[in-house]
Design a protein around this ligand. Structure first.
Ligand code: EPZ
Length: 429
């Protein structure tokens, strides 16, 4: 298994290109189930999760080709992807695939809408919490599907097709919003989705659906109004830049000091992150071609932050912020309100010498003068990258194990950091 070795202490200077957003690319790929036409996606990140979803979609009968391959990478990794679901040959998403990646559960809505049936494995828990799917199922039932759960599978059917409905979520859920939207676009009649998640990735999917012929109002808001259509066509769509990758590299620079342009980053998706960075004393400059992050030698100021649905501070940047705050000049308070168990990085950060105390959903992060390198491992993607951030500032060598978590969501992380002067290398095997 690959490992990443970091020798900390270097400031970061230069340019980091921001890749397409993983959490937009995955649902956009799933959207291809809704049309017999060809969906062409560009700015697709070359990630392990994208590859896994290709396998899941291929199992349903989708033909996938890619362009933009790179020497040494898997032949199905490319930044342009053509997906064609002319015929759906299998409406089952099996356990061995769905259990590897939760987002694959989102095929439920499109399969139901297009084929009138779906059998999708329940995804199970994961390292960041129990993560139920009750709201997904409620939305499908509202749209007229019959749902049963048998042997760990959701059996859904709507033999006469889905019907428009009024769906009110009692909690903001990105996945349930995707599911409801993807099913409603082909339902008969009007659907209103209230308390919808308004994350930029949902807006990106909605804009792609509109290009395909869907009728959606209220895009980028918490109320989506959908007029069902009988069919959708293929289209071309470019994936938005990854706001979580952007926030992560911004925090790398905040941690080490330096001056880096995050090229192609979209500041309008990052208001809460930029606000926190500025409160911490990091300079953030919005440019035409991205976001410039700059910090000189001054100490970081402690911050108080709650994670929230968009436009609040994203849970997917919480671990990274915590890593950055381990060396602030005082005590930061970070409250995780989205997932109940997203503090798995705390014990690993402690191995590097941080001083963090957990009180229920709240972490009290007491800034320390220095971190020291150590072997560490993590149980999820964002936790892993928080260890990279800490390792960049730690004295000596930090060895990060279980790098496959990083490969799920960060394209060529070590190359991007090396190019800005970090001493980071991948050790294969
Ligand atoms: C998406 O997960 C993202 N995944 C996550 O990113 C992200 O952390 C999360 O949204 C929150 O922003 C992708 O986009 C692929 P939710 P999702 O449904 O949709 C509860 C990463 O690191 N809930 O918005 O699964 C749930 O337990 C990943 O890239 C229910 O109670 O998250 C949580 O407390 C990890 N019932 C809250 O809602 C449901 O039916 C929000 O979860 C569904 C969710």
């Amino acid at each position: 298994m690959d490992r990443i070795r970091i020798r900390g202490g270097n400031r970061l200077t230069g340019t980091i290109p921001i890749s397409g957003a993983k959490n937009a690319a995955l649902p956009l790929m799933i959207v291809s189930l809704l049309t017999p036409g060809t969906l062409t996606l560009s700015n697709v990140p070359r990630l392990a999760d994208v590859r896994l979803l290709q396998r899941i979609l291929q199992n349903h009968g989708i033909d996938i080709t890619v362009a933009g391959k790179r020497v040494g990478q898997h032949p199905m990794m490319g930044d342009v992807m053509h997906l064609s679901a002319k015929d759906i040959v299998d409406t089952t998403a099996p356990y061995d695939l769905v259990s590897k990646m939760r987002a694959s559960f989102w095929v439920l809505g499109p399969l139901l809408a297009r084929c009138g049936e779906a059998k999708v494995s329940l995804p199970g828990g994961c390292a960041i919490g129990t993560r139920p799917v009750d709201m997904h199922l409620m939305a499908m039932e509202k749209l007229g599907a019959d749902i049963a759960i048998e042997n760990g599978y959701v059996l859904a059917s709507a033999k006469k097709g889905l019907k428009g409905a009024h769906i009110v979520f009692d909690k903001v859920s990105v996945g349930a919003t995707h599911a409801a939207l993807m099913a409603a676009v082909l339902a008969d009649g009007d659907t209103i989705i209230e308390n919808a998640a308004s994350e930029p990735e949902i807006g990106d999917v909605a804009e792609c659906l509109v290009k395909m012929g869907a009728k959606i109002e209220g895009i980028h808001t918490a109320t989506l109004k959908v007029k069902g259509v009988t069919s959708l066509r293929g289209c071309e769509h470019s994936v938005i830049p990854d706001r979580i990758e952007t926030g992560t590299y911004a925090m790398c620079v905040g941690m080490t000091g330096g001056d880096v342009l995050l090229k192609d980053a979209n500041a309008s998706h990052l208001g809460a992150v930029i606000d926190v960075m500025q409160r911490a004393g990091v300079s953030v400059e919005i440019k035409n071609d991205g976001i410039r992050i700059h910090r000189n030698g001054a100490a970081l100021e402690p911050v108080r932050v709650d994670t929230e649905p968009f436009p609040g501070f994203p849970t997917d940047c919480q671990a990274q912020l915590m890593a950055m705050m381990t060396m602030a000049s005082g005590t930061s308070i970070i409250r995780e309100t989205i997932f109940e168990n997203r503090f798995m990085h705390v014990q690993e950060l402690a191995r590097l010498g941080s001083d963090i105390h957990l009180h229920g959903d709240t972490a009290e992060v007491r800034g320390v003068k220095k971190l020291t390198g150590a072997p560490v491992m993590a149980t999820d993607l964002r936790a892993s990258v928080s260890l990279v951030i800490a390792g960049l500032a730690a004295e000596g060598e930090t060895m990060i194990n279980r790098v496959y978590h990083l490969d799920r969501g960060f394209e060529t992380l070590e190359d991007k950091l090396q190019a800005c002067g970090a001493d980071v290398s991948r050790i294969s095997g």
